[in-house]
Each structure stands twice: as structure tokens, then as C-alpha cells.
Design a binder for this molecule. Structure first.
Ligand code: NAD
Length: 488
């Protein structure tokens, strides 16, 4: 694609259309994407605004693409995916720059962590699919086999936070399983998905195996998930959208996986390394709190309240709010003015109901930053405790003993993740067993083997990603029994 259908984003040329059946195509209308680094001045691109016609064309292309991609050998698939991983590595600087401008993510962190992780996602699933062996056994006079079959065209819908990394995490298992994909990225941060699709084309996925449709969730996203030719829907986003997509999936009896919001606790016991715990707590402001896994509820043993808070404020005071392109910046702006408005709405309502704002609590003038904020709620029922804010706003509560810590930790409808700081192995084992969450870290955070399951309890989601869990989701699993031929 040439000319007006590409945008120059700080020297990086980004396609602005949809990738359908191996061709870049436009739509009659567009939507704009602006940079949170300078909302008023930095218009980045006008992006094709997909409609029902784009959705229909993408699904038709994915049906044709599935015929080709679904019948490749696992080795051929793995080779293509490894080529894509290498191309991601080769384009790290460009992807990081574009994502930084489009979503506000710290550029250095993108380079070091998230682009590398994107490549690793493809490598991991390429290798896993090659390593997979169907199960065979003889019993009851029959040769029994359990096989995986590619499921069909998969729609993959991703949110605006960590857009590149999450797209790769969700697309890799779908493609490794042999499904063709239609990726629908979020309208607030569509650009890195376009770069990824372009690299996929270069890596050699056959036409229609890898499709990208840009646009607004309720418009083109809704049309994609309603299409009965789609055989898998893999969604990451908010519980509210998860409910809507789940209904569409039910209508067509399509397996649906949902990675939704979080409101994780960060529990600090008196026997913990206090400074490490306080440092970790202050760093929950990282990425301006736009992290589903964040330990947004600080639960601290009452006896260490004051020394913990002193250390927490010390570490939080060191955080530098600034331009995401500057390597010295720790805290990026929020991704969108509407989101900052939403975050501030939570804080205003918290003040109105008598919660205490201990630090921060205001938008920063002249940028889209929000002050790193700590709120001591009047009760555990406060909205700021119970609802996902998805911004740099943490709550602070104390507990008397272990049972109370567990009760508070499990007291929201969410159950994605939890972080525990303790010096006791026995306590770590007891508390991790009692916590209702899909992922629990003790004295650490975020590190995870990609073959381990990942997902949430409660309204944090349905199903598990990671390792064989995602490959099973994207496959049809078939059991075959062949009567042994006793004459031969
Ligand atoms: P969102 O639900 O508003 O949007 C997510 C995606 O769904 C976007 O691409 C959007 O365009 C699309 N969409 C919206 N309405 C749709 C519809 N009717 N049909 C089809 N698609 C539709 O979420 P968001 O605000 O982009 O992301 C933030 C949320 O994502 C938070 O709740 C966060 O916790 C969650 N999240 C979860 C994880 C996880 O792994 N559990 C990871 C990152 C983010």
C-alpha cells in the first residue's frame, strides 16, 4: 500500500487500512488516533473505520485462509512464526516508538520488555506446537488416539493497554494451532497492530491466514463476533464488553475466552522485607496503573502501618512523571483524556463519600498525567476498593491477622491476581491456597513462565491462556477408536 493509506509516525511508516486476504484495503470512513504525549498537538494518523462490510470481507478471507493455513504442517507453521519473531526483533525500535506515541507507553520499557516479549510469544507457541504429540494407546481391543484439529477462523480482540504485547500473546496460540485469525485492536491504540500485521505479511503467512480489521468495538467488533463462520473468539478487555461478546458467542455456540479486569490485592505481612514490599507497592503506579495485574489494593498488617507508609511515600516520591520518550521518566501519561476523566471521577466520588485521599488525587496540569494517588477508604464497600480504576490510584487498608487479610483480599468480584509479601514459607503456602485468583506472586511480581496457565476467577474472566491451555482452546480435540484388526 502506498500514498495516503500510510501514515508517517515520527519517521515510521504505518499502514492505516485493514489487512484482508493479504491486501491492505480502506473503508469509507476513518477515525483519528492522537498521542497522549501531546494530545492537542500530536495527531498521529487517520485509520480505516471498519464497518459490517469490512467484517464480512475479513471473515470470508479468514475462511479461505484457514483452508491453507489449517492444512500446513506444524513445522511449516513454526517456521513462519519464528520468521515473524525475528522480524519483530529486527523492528524493535520502530515498534517501541510507535507504541510510545500511540498509547503513551514508556519507550525504553517497550524496547527492553514488551517488544522482546512479543517475539518470545511467537517463538514459545511455535515450539510448543511442534513439541505436541497426539496421545495413542491400545485398550479394549482398539487403537485409541486423541488428536488436536485446528478449530477454524478465530477473532482476536485486544484492549488499548499494552496493545502490542497482548496482541502477540493472543494471536500466537491461535496461529500455532492452525487457525486463521482476524485481529481487532482497540481504537485508542491501533498503530502497533498495523506494524505487526505488516511483519506477518513479510514473514509469509498465506493470504487470509492473518487478517487485521481496524475500527470501533461496537461497530466492526460487534459484526465480527456475530458472524457464524467464526469458530473461536479470544477477547481481552473489560468485563462490560466481555458480557456483550459472550452473548454473541453463545448465539453461535462459539467457544469464547475472556481475560478481563482485575482489582488485585498487594498484601504485606509484618514478617515481610518491609522496604522491598513498600518499593513494590509504590511501583504499582508503573504504567500509570493501566495494568490489569496491578496490586491496586494495599492490605498491610496493622502493626506495621506507619513504617510501611513512611517507606511507601519515600519510594513514591522518587517516581518521575514525564515524557514517555525520556529514559528518565518512570510514570507515563494516561492513554486518553476520557480515561483521565474517568480516573478522576473515581477520586471525586471517593472524597464525596468520606474516603481519605492520603496522597495525590488530582490531574496534572499541562499533560495527561494523573498524580500517583493513595486513598484510605472509609469502608471496604467503597467504590474505589470494589471497582477497577485502571489508573495510578491505590487503596490502603490494614488488617489484624491472616484470616482478615485473606477475607479482605477475596472481598471483590474480581480474581485475576494477587501479590503477597511475607518472610514465612508456611504463611506463603497457607495464604496462596486461600486466595481466589488466577495468578499469585509471593515476594515478586509479573515474572511468569509462558507455558503456565494465565487467567482470572470471578468477573476477571473465563478460561485460561498460556501453554497448552491456549492451544487446546484454539483446537478441536478429537478422540478416535479403531478396532484392532485381529486377522492380520
Ligand atoms: P474494552 O472492553 O473497552 O475494549 C476491549 C476491546 O474490545 C477493544 O478492541 C474494543 O474495541 C473492543 N470492543 C468494545 N466493544 C465491543 C463489542 N461490542 N464487540 C466487539 N468488540 C468490542 O476494554 P479496554 O478499555 O480497551 O481495556 C481495558 C480493560 O482490559 C480493563 O478492564 C483491563 O483490566 C482489561 N485487561 C485485561 C487483561 C487480562 O489479561 N486479564 C489484560 C489487559 C487489559
Amino acid at each position: 500500500m502506498t500514498g495516503p493509506e500510510r501514515a508517517d509516525v515520527d519517521g515510521v511508516s504505518v499502514p492505516t487500512g485493514h489487512l484482508i486476504g493479504g491486501e491492505w484495503v480502506g473503508s469509507p470512513s476513518t477515525f483519528e488516533t492522537r498521542s497522549p504525549l501531546d494530545w492537542d498537538e500530536l495527531h498521529l494518523a487517520d485509520i480505516a473505520r471498519g464497518d459490517s462490510a469490512a467484517a464480512d470481507a475479513a471473515v470470508a478471507a479468514a475462511v479461505a485462509g484457514f483452508d491453507m493455513w489449517g492444512s500446513t504442517t506444524v513445522v511449516e507453521r513454526a517456521e513462519t512464526m519464528h520468521r515473524l519473531a525475528d522480524l519483530i526483533d529486527d523492528n524493535t525500535d520502530e515498534i517501541a516508538r510507535v507504541e510510545c506515541l500511540d498509547m503513551g507507553f514508556l519507550e525504553e520499557s517497550m524496547k527492553l520488555r514488551l517488544v522482546a516479549r512479543g517475539a518470545l510469544n511467537f517463538r514459545t507457541y511455535a515450539d510448543l506446537t511442534v513439541a505436541h504429540e497426539d496421545r495413542h494407546w491400545d485398550a479394549k481391543g482398539m487403537a485409541n488416539t486423541v488428536q488436536r484439529m485446528p478449530a477454524g477462523p478465530a477473532v482476536v480482540i485486544t484492549p488499548w493497554n499494552a496493545p502490542f504485547m497482548l496482541a502477540t500473546w493472543k494471536l500466537a496460540p491461535a496461529l500455532a494451532a492452525g487457525n486463521s485469525v482476524i485481529h481487532k485492536p482497540a481504537e485508542w491504540s491501533p498503530l502497533s497492530a498495523a506494524l505487526l500485521a505488516e511483519l506477518a505479511l513479510e514473514a509469509g503467512f498465506p493470504p487470509g491466514a492473518y487478517n487485521l480489521v481496524q475500527g470501533i468495538g461496537s461497530e466492526v467488533g460487534g459484526a465480527l463476533v456475530a458472524d457464524p463462520r467464526v469458530r473461536r473468539i479470544s477477547f481481552t478487555g473489560s468485563p462490560a464488553t466481555g458480557r456483550v461478546i459472550g452473548k454473541a458467542a453463545a448465539e453461535n455456540i462459539v467457544p469464547f475466552t475472556a481475560e478481563l479486569g482485575g482489582k488485585g490485592p498487594l498484601i504485606v505481612f509484618a514478617d515481610a522485607d518491609l522496604d522491598a514490599a513498600a518499593h513494590r507497592a509504590a511501583w504499582q503506579f508503573d504504567d500509570s496503573g493501566q495494568v490489569c495485574l496491578a496490586g491496586a489494593r494495599l492490605l498491610v498488617e496493622r502493626s506495621i502501618r506507619e513504617p510501611f507508609l513512611e517507606r511507601f511515600h519515600h519510594h513514591a516520591d522518587q517516581l518521575v512523571l514525564g515524557d514517555s520518550r525520556d529514559p528518565n521518566t518512570d510514570i507515563a501519561p494516561l492513554a486518553h483524556p476520557d480515561h483521565r476523566q474517568r480516573v478522576h471521577g473515581f477520586v471525586k466520588r471517593a472524597r464525596a463519600v468520606g474516603d481519605t485521599v492520603v496522597r495525590g488525587g488530582r490531574p496534572v496540569k499541562g499533560s495527561l498525567h494523573y498524580e500517583p494517588t493513595l486513598i484510605e477508604p472509609a469502608t471496604n464497600d467503597s467504590e474505589v476498593v470494589q471497582e477497577e480504576i485502571f489508573g495510578p490510584v491505590l487503596t490502603f487498608q490494614t488488617f489484624e491477622d491472616e484470616p482478615e487479610a485473606v477475607r479482605l483480599a477475596n472481598s471483590t468480584r474480581y480474581g485475576l491476581s494477587a501479590i503477597i509479601y511475607t518472610g514465612s514459607q508456611q504463611r506463603a503456602e497457607r495464604v496462596t491456597a486461600a486466595i481466589r485468583a488466577g495468578v499469585v506472586w509471593v515476594n515478586t511480581f509479573l515474572v511468569r513462565d509462558l507455558t503456565a496457565p494465565f487467567g482470572g476467577c470471578g468477573i476477571s474472566g473465563i478460561g485460561r491462556e498460556g501453554g497448552d491451555h491456549a492451544l487446546d482452546f484454539h483446537s478441536e480435540v478429537k478422540t478416535v477408536m479403531i478396532l484392532n484388526d485381529t486377522t492380520s
